[in-house]
Design a binder for this molecule. Structure first.
Ligand SMILES: *[C@@H]1O[C@H](CO)[C@@H](O)[C@H](O)[C@H]1NC(C)=O
Ligand SMILES: *[C@@H]1O[C@H](CO)[C@@H](O)[C@H](O)[C@H]1NC(C)=O
Ligand SMILES: *[C@@H]1O[C@H](CO)[C@@H](O)[C@H](O)[C@H]1NC(C)=O
Ligand SMILES: *[C@@H]1O[C@H](CO)[C@@H](O)[C@H](O)[C@H]1NC(C)=O
Length: 292
C-alpha cells in the first residue's frame, strides 16, 4: 500500500506504449513503477523538533517543523494555539506557539509531489510547585514527646514524579514520592509524626518539593519552604514546675487549715468562757433560790 498511485512517469507512458500489448512497454512501465515507488522523490519524512514538549502553564515555545522532501509543495503547523512563523527555508519552518495553557496536540505536515505526510507532537502542561507551606505543631515540645510536621504544596500537576522531602537542617527526616496519573492541578500534602530530640532546636525544619519532568522532555524543578524552628525543652523543667506547684499547694493548704483551726478553736474558747459565766450565773441563781 503506497500512497503514490499517480506516479509521474506512468501516466504519460501507459496510453502510448501499453495499447499494442508491447512487451517492452509493459516492462518499462513496470520498471518505472518499481524504480519510482522506492525512489527518494516519493518517500519522505516529516520531523518535528522538539520530539517531546513539557511546558509550564502559560509559556511559549519554538517548534521546528521539517521534511526530508527537497522540494515540498506546501507545509505548515496545525494548532489551536496562537502561532507565528519565525523563519523558513525549503525544508523547514520555524514557529513560535504562545500561551500554552492546557495539554494539546500540534501537527506538522508537508506535501511532496501530491503526497502528504504529517507528524504530531503532544504538548503537556505542568504546574510547578510555586508555594511550599510548612507547619509544625506544637512548636514547643518536650524531649521525647511527639510532634507533627506537615508540608502542603498547593496546585501542582502532574502529581506523578513529585517528591516532597521534610528536612531538619540538611538531614532528611521523611520523603514521599507521589504516584498517579492525574494531570489537573491539585494539592499535595505530606504529614509526618516524629519524636522531639534534644538537638532538634539547633536547626530549622524545612520542606522541599521537587518535580522531575525529565522523562517527559522537561526539567527538574524544585521549590523550598520557609524555615520553621522547633522549641524543645527538657522534661526536667516539667518536674520543677510540678514541684513548685506541689509546694505552693501544700503551703496554701497548711495556711487555710491553720486559719480554719484558729477560727474553730477561737469559737470553742469563746463558748467555754461564756459557758463558765453561764455556770456561775446559774450557781448564783441557785444560791439566791436556796437563801430565799
Ligand atoms: C530546523 O530543522 C532542520 C532539520 O533538522 C534543520 O536543518 C534546520 O537548521 C532547523 N532550523 C533551525 C532554525 O533550527
Ligand atoms: C492565555 O490563555 C488563558 C487561557 O486560555 C487566557 O485566560 C489568557 O488570557 C491568555 N493570556 C494571554 C496573554 O493571551
Ligand atoms: C499524542 O496523544 C494522542 C492522544 O491524545 C495519542 O493518540 C498519540 O499517540 C500521542 N502521540 C505521541 C507522539 O505521544
Ligand atoms: C532558622 O531560620 C530563621 C529564619 O526564619 C533564621 O533567622 C535562623 O538563623 C535559623 N536558625 C538556624 C539554626 O539555622
Amino acid at each position: 500500500m503506497t500512497g503514490g498511485s499517480r506516479l509521474f512517469p506512468v501516466s504519460p507512458w501507459m496510453p502510448l506504449e501499453m495499447s499494442p500489448f508491447d512487451g517492452w512497454g509493459l516492462l518499462s512501465a513496470f520498471l518505472a513503477l518499481l524504480c519510482c515507488t522506492g525512489s527518494g522523490e516519493e518517500a519522505f519524512e516529516v520531523r518535528m523538533w522538539p520530539e517531546q514538549l513539557m511546558v509550564e502553564s502559560g509559556e511559549s515555545r519554538v517548534i521546528n517543523c521539517s521534511t526530508t522532501c527537497t522540494q515540498p509543495n506546501t507545509g505548515g503547523l496545525e494548532t489551536t494555539l496562537h502561532k507565528t512563523l519565525l523563519e523558513e527555508q525549503d525544508q523547514w519552518k520555524l514557529y513560535e506557539v504562545f500561551n500554552i495553557s492546557q495539554d494539546t496536540d500540534v501537527i506538522c505536515h508537508f506535501t511532496c509531489s501530491g503526497k502528504q505526510e504529517s507528524k504530531s507532537l503532544n504538548i503537556s502542561v505542568f504546574h510547578p510547585p510555586k508555594q511550599v507551606l510548612l507547619k509544625l505543631w506544637p512548636t514547643l515540645v518536650a524531649v521525647g514527646r511527639s510532634f507533627t510536621i506537615q508540608c502542603r504544596v498547593p496546585s501542582v500537576a502532574p502529581l506523578e514524579g513529585l517528591t516532597v522531602t521534610l528536612l531538619h537542617g540538611s538531614e532528611i527526616v521523611y520523603s514521599q514520592t507521589f504516584v498517579g496519573t492525574t494531570l489537573s492541578p491539585q494539592e499535595a500534602t505530606v504529614t509526618h509524626n516524629t519524636m522531639a530530640h534534644r538537638e532538634d532546636d539547633r536547626h530549622n525544619f524545612s520542606c522541599r518539593a521537587e518535580m522531575d519532568l525529565r522523562s517527559r522532555g522537561g526539567d527538574l524543578v524544585h521549590s523550598v519552604s520557609d524555615p520553621q524552628a522547633l522549641d524543645v525543652y527538657e522534661p526536667a523543667q516539667d518536674n520543677q514546675v510540678v514541684a513548685i506547684i506541689t509546694v505552693v499547694s501544700v503551703l496554701l493548704f497548711l495556711f487555710v487549715t491553720s486559719v480554719l483551726l484558729c477560727f474553730v478553736f477561737g469559737q470553742q474558747w469563746h463558748q467555754r468562757r461564756t459557758g463558765t459565766y453561764g455556770v456561775q450565773a446559774a450557781w448564783r441563781r441557785l444560791r439566791w433560790v436556796y437563801r430565799a
